[in-house]
Design a protein around this ligand. Structure first.
Ligand code: PMP
Length: 394
């Protein structure tokens, strides 16, 4: 008997047909090479600020090594609700409208599983974070991408949203500031999208993981804060990006009590509770992490300006990203598709960027360059990309 073949037959069909993340595939190759400047991985290059690490260390020193409440430490939930009320203008009850999760990743997963019946459609903007369509499929939903375009600065317009609505539409998943485009939604568009969500009785999941990282004095608006939206929105946020805490694995969801309760059941049986040390560190991040966060943000802003200018100067048109830490230049003038561009750039110049198509079909013609990378590396990478692009013209 061919064991591996029959073992494969045990895998559920919706998982067997799920593609692996295009990013990981690519970075497996990057990891085998020397001298690569990587603009690929989407995480801060900063170490978690010291006071936050110290809070984690102190938590261990004190012997806080047991489970917490399933929903997460009440002190942390109180602080989260205070932070969300203060910064986003939406009030949640820490006792039953907030759950601490293993990053936004878990929050997204349990939100999908709590909401979806098989066949329910989830509308999500593309290009998008690679996990979205997979998360929807794993929860037996139907992923329905809605494209965003460079001409609209990659924001969602009410017109394009209208085009994908069907009687089976149930969830609208938003992510602004956006990975991979850096797009931020203006208040007018956000209001128009909220109106459509209300009219079509959609529940909105809003992934606001990059919401502290908006630049040039721009104000971030949460759809949860708009009239009538609080009770049809699940607000997801976490500590990975703004506080440089990717490895701590801590995030949260806030929303109507009935939905948080449903999400809690999945979390309770599947996870138990988020990591205790990380929860204590997260509490410190909210209480005393703002000044370090603002310093990191200022550094991202400077690096963004350098990267985007150099990209435009070399003829790769790049919309100025208003949030997150990604630039999404248009590479169509090179005549290469995004995978070929990224592969050849890596082989010839040892610079890693992510092909836009990894973020959905409408990401074709673009690549994602993360600017949470040292400024000298950014400058050197841009010189190498220019050399590569100039070489293509010969
Ligand atoms: N949402 C988006 C849009 C992301 O880019 C990421 C991480 N790249 C996540 C969620 C997952 O974040 P976490 O570390 O909180 O699980």
């Amino acid at each position: 008997m061919n064991v591996s073949k029959s073992a494969r037959n045990f895998v559920a069909s919706h998982i067997a047909s799920l593609p692996k993340s295009g990013i990981r595939e690519f970075f497996d190759i990057v990891n085998t090479m020397d001298d690569v400047i990587s603009l690929g991985v989407g995480e801060p290059d900063f170490t978690t600020p010291w006071n936050i690490r110290e809070a984690g260390t102190f938590s261990l020193e004190q012997g806080h090594t047991a489970y917490t409440s399933n929903l997460g430490m009440l002190s942390l939930r109180k602080e989260i609700c205070k932070y969300v009320a203060c910064n986003y203008g939406v009030k949640y009850n820490p006792n039953n409208e907030c759950i601490v999760t293993i990053g936004v990743s878990e929050a997204l997963d349990i939100a999908m599983r709590a909401l979806l019946n098989p066949g329910d459609e989830v509308i999500y903007t593309t290009p998008c974070f690679v996990s979205y369509p997979a998360e929807i499929t794993m929860a037996h939903g139907v992923p329905v991408p809605v494209p965003t375009y460079e001409k609209d600065n990659f924001t969602l317009t009410p017109e394009t949203l209208q085009q994908v609505l069907t009687p089976k539409s149930k969830v609208l998943l938003l992510n602004f500031p956006c990975n991979p485009t850096g797009a931020v939604m203006g208040l007018e568009n956000l209001k128009a999208v909220a109106e459509i969500a209300e009219k079509h009785d959609l529940i909105v999941i809003t992934d606001e993981i990059y919401s502290e990282l908006v630049y040039d004095g721009l104000e971030h608006h949460s759809i949860a804060a708009l009239d009538g939206m609080r009770d049809r929105t699940i607000f997801l946020h976490g500590f990975s990006k703004a506080f440089a805490m990717t490895g701590w694995r801590v995030g949260y969801a806030c929303g109507p009590a009935e939905i948080i309760d449903a999400m809690m059941k999945i979390h309770q049986y599947g996870i138990m509770s988020a990591n205790t040390t990380s929860q204590e560190a997260a509490l410190e991040a909210l209480q005393n992490g703002t000044s370090a966060m603002l310093k990191m943000r200022e550094s991202y802003r400077e690096r963004r300006n350098v990267m985007v200018k150099m990209l435009n100067d070399m003829g790769l048109k790049c919309v100025m990203p208003q949030g997150a830490f990604y630039a999404f230049p248009n590479i169509q003038s090179t005549g290469l598709d995004s995978k070929t561009f990224a592969r050849q750039l890596l082989e010839k110049e040892h610079v890693a960027v992510v092909p836009g198509v990894a973020f959905g079909e409408c990401g074709e013609g673009y690549v994602r360059c993360c600017y949470a990378t040292g400024i000298q590396d950014i400058i050197e990478a841009m010189k190498r990309i220019k050399h590569f692009v100039d070489g293509l013209k010969k």
